[in-house]
Design a binder for this molecule. Structure first.
Ligand code: NAD
Length: 339
């Protein structure tokens, strides 16, 4: 565990259990230098405790980098709640988690992520004020999707020479809160959608509402397309999957898409432009952070529009230095975090 903390440069790791509600939670705080750590709370099943801790640590690191490049006064943190096979009261479990967040006295502020909802955040808010994305504050997913949409435009511009999405084939893996909202925006812009989700109901809806073409889950990554948008869980890009990609660029919402930085170099060698995940998906964090600071929507929208500029700047550096945009983004973030 300490080796993991060392390799991800994690500041602290907090483990909590509450046998009454079945809560088993990990809160990873990566860096508080720029402000209190802010990041999502996952509620997913994990094969073992180490996987949950590893997920929390890597996500927290990504949140620090995301906040640093988005110019937000936040550090990076993430919570993972291991979803039990059976839960008596989901509300009680999230209230118990709220008490864990409260104990950290503001060093970590929680938010929605995979598997959690606005209703869960409302339960947490019964116990602590260090929570965002409640029903009063609003769901960040549409804002994350908006950021990814504008980021896809910048990616298309950099790689294909035009940001017109009309007729562009975009393959979306995962039609959840962010993926589906992104699909709606791409459809409105005239893109052709190729979609997969482990939930067949979501695929069916996208076929009916957006004219999307269904693709088998195990075939999505190797489907010929212009842009691949991973919007499910992380670690989808490894040496094997990258060898099979048939796209010009990868630009999606999922956190931690790369298994390691060598995979980013492999993408670069294959001529596939990679939009660094924590840059293109920063719309959700921008929304929750600024909302938590009581900013109005026009201020938030103006901040969101910076995502495409930042990406374009990173692509420019990457092209000039013939290096992966992932490496450029990491270096820029580390300059802010560790200068
Ligand atoms: P979600 O749980 O609502 O959606 C994820 C979807 O992906 C689900 O429908 C799931 O069935 C599907 N999925 C998972 N694995 C899959 C696979 N192998 N193949 C096909 N489908 C698969 O989560 P979300 O809130 O939409 O977030 C999606 C990703 O974006 C996550 O990685 C999350 O960390 C990241 N993200 C979310 C936000 C946000 O505001 N919600 C912001 C930034 C980044």
């Amino acid at each position: 565990m300490f080796a993991l903390m060392h390799s991800t440069r994690l500041e602290s790791l907090h483990l909590s259990v509450d046998p009454r509600t079945g809560l088993k939670a990990v809160i990873a705080i990566h860096n508080n230098r720029l402000g209190p750590a802010l990041g999502g709370c996952r509620y997913l099943p994990y094969p073992d405790d180490a996987s949950a801790v590893g997920d929390a640590a890597r996500l927290a690191q990504g949140m620090s980098y995301k906040a640093a490049l988005a110019g937000l006064p936040q550090g990076g943190g993430t919570a993972v709640i291991i979803r039990p096979a059976h839960v008596e009261s989901r509300a009680a479990l999230f209230e118990a988690f709220g008490r864990c967040v409260e104990q950290l006295d503001g060093r970590y502020i929680t938010a929605i992520d995979s598997g959690t909802s606005v209703a869960d955040m409302d339960c947490i808010a019964q116990e602590t004020r260090y929570v965002t994305s409640t029903s009063a504050a609003g769901d960040p997913a549409p804002h994350a999707a908006m950021g990814v949409f504008t980021g896809i435009r910048s990616t298309a511009m950099a790689r294909l020479g035009s940001d017109n999405l009309e007729g562009l084939r975009v393959a979306i893996q995962g039609l959840g809160n962010v993926g589906y909202a992104l699909a709606e925006q791409l459809h409105a812009a005239g893109a052709e959608l190729l979609v997969s989700d482990i939930d067949p109901g979501k695929v069916q809806l996208a076929m009916e509402q957006l004219g999307a073409h269904p693709i088998a889950n195990d075939a999505l990554l190797s489907t010929p397309c212009d842009i691949l948008a991973p919007c499910g869980l992380g670690a989808v890009l490894n040496s094997r999957s990258v060898a099979q990609l048939r796209c010009s660029a990868v630009a999606g919402s999922a956190n931690n898409q790369l298994t390691n930085l060598q995979v980013a170099d492999q993408l670069e060698r294959r001529g596939i432009l990679y939009a660094p995940d924590y840059v293109i998906n920063s719309g959700g964090l921008i929304y929750v952070s600024l909302k938590h600071h009581n900013e109005e929507l026009p201020v938030i929208t103006a901040h969101l529009s910076q995502i495409s500029l930042r990406l374009t700047e990173i692509f420019g550096h990457a092209q000039a230095e013939k290096r992966s945009p992932a490496r450029i983004a990491d270096e820029l973030a580390e300059r802010v975090l560790y200068r």
